[in-house]
Write a protein that binds this ligand. Structure first.
Ligand SMILES: Cc1ncc(COP(=O)(O)O)c(C=O)c1O
Ligand SMILES: Nc1c(O)cccc1C(=O)C[C@H](N)C(=O)O
Length: 407
């Protein structure tokens, strides 16, 4: 499915069965192709945060832990994420950040590994926090982190845990979770999957793939807001594992205030401290947009949006940009990246012109596709604007070269 003219792109929008979901979002007047880094505000989250602050906190005060159900938020929100990732609700919990959850599940995975196995295998291109956390866990557990550009080939009987991000944050390349998990299990290794760039964007089937552990972000495709709580998944057969951040919310009876730690049964032992109620409420409300959404349709539209972008970039910007993502949607997540030697100022010029993507060092222009609110005409217009910036070298102005702290 592609469009050679703006009218054809508009016709695709007119026929789009997901188009009505755009009204659930509170979008400013920009073309937003960065929902893979920070999802936008939903109308429901805006209202819910106002209620939580004004009524539940302002009026209810401490009573709201019970009367507003604050204490159940980690499991209630998890039950909304579970169907998006192919998991049973009791195998998912919402808590902490992705990095902290990775620390917990990696440690638990090492404790579940076959005797004598102390290697965590990953890729050098994995998201840095994953590698940093694995370094920390390895140092504390007398394990080692091994990196390979071809982790499937590097899998052998020394590997305790294979830790991968399903969709690569730079290129959008997608691993075949079922195939890779099966290969890990064949050599006796466990798997830890990072779903930061998958959850809410693509159908994920953790249980079907036989994945052992997973983590993911609340603030990207799930639209939970900046710094939204993250989630983690533990397959039922590993839920007796211990995790080292043994805080009171993971205790079997937190309000018994016992001096000794006794882990809760099941997934709740992966909690640590008090949930971030305002942030978790925003995520809870934002997740309602997925209530009647078929992720297969989301992924199909995402592939069509990305294919349109690639076709238009080939046609209009081919002399300037090199595709850094798989050309085939079959091995791609919900984003497309292009290389340009001056990627940073090009992206700054594009943002100044009202098209928001992001830059990833050293030379990547990255565009995320979020089919619940992104239209075909948005992609069409974005490439026209990008082509103009490149052809006229509008990016080569001093203000676009100044680096911001956060890219
Ligand atoms: C693959 C991946 N994992 C983890 C994170 C972030 O983890 P945290 O929410 O702890 O900052 C990101 C993005 O920031 C990411 O892209
Ligand atoms: N978590 C972020 C942040 O705190 C500031 C800026 C960006 C982010 C991101 O999420 C980046 C994102 N994980 C990426 O794939 O690049």
């Amino acid at each position: 499915m592609s469009a050679a003219t703006r009218a054809e792109a508009a016709a695709l929008d007119a026929a789009d069965p997901l188009a009505h979901h755009r009204a659930a979002f509170d979008l400013p007047d920009v073309i937003y192709l960065d929902g893979n880094s920070l999802g936008p505000l939903t109308r429901a989250a805006r209202e819910r945060v106002a209620t939580v602050v004004g009524e539940e906190w302002g009026e209810g005060l401490i009573r709201s832990w019970n009367t507003a159900g604050w204490v159940d938020l980690p499991t209630r929100v998890a039950a909304k994420i579970a169907p998006l990732i192919g998991a049973a609700p009791r195998d998912v919990i919402v808590t902490d950040s992705t990095s902290v959850n990775l620390f917990k599940v990696l440690s638990a995975a090492l404790s579940e590994a076959l005797p004598g196995r102390r290697t965590i295998l990953s890729e050098p291109g994995n998201f840095p926090t994953d590698l940093y956390i694995a370094e920390g866990v390895a140092a504390g557990e007398g394990a080692a982190l091994a990196l390979s550009d071809d982790p499937l080939a590097a899998l052998d009987e020394s590997v305790a845990v294979l830790m991968l991000t399903e969709v690569d944050y730079r290129t959008g390349r997608r691993h075949d979770m079922a195939r890779v998990t099966a290969a890990a299990h064949r050599v006796g290794a466990l798997t830890v999957w990072d779903l930061a760039h998958s959850a809410g964007a693509l159908p994920v089937d953790l249980a079907g793939a036989g994945a052992d552990f997973a983590v993911g972000c609340g603030y990207k495709y799930l639209n939970g807001g900046p710094g939204a709580p993250a989630f983690l998944y533990v397959a039922p057969q590993h839920q007796d594992a211990t995790q080292p951040l043994s805080g009171w919310f993971g205790h079997a009876a937190p309000f018994a205030f016992e001096p000794a730690y006794q882990p809760a049964a099941g997934i709740e032992r992966f909690l640590t401290g008090t949930p971030s109620v305002i942030a978790m409420s925003a995520l809870d409300a934002a997740l309602d947009v997925f209530a009647d959404v078929d992720l297969t349709a989301v992924a199909a539209k995402s592939a069509a949006l990305a294919d349109l972008m690639i076709a238009r970039v080939d046609a209009l910007c081919g002399d300037h940009l090199t595709l850094a993502s798989p050309r085939s949607a079959a091995t791609r997540g919900s984003q497309v990246s292009f290389r340009h030697p001056s990627g940073y100022p090009v992206m700054q010029a594009l943002i100044a012109a009202g098209v928001i993507g992001d830059f990833r060092a050293p030379d990547i222009l990255r565009f995320g596709f979020t089919p619940l609110y992104t239209r075909f005409v948005d992609v069409f217009d974005a490439v026209d604007i990008l082509a103009d910036i490149l052809a006229a070298r509008r990016w080569d102005a001093p203000q676009f070269h100044r680096r911001a702290a956060v890219t």
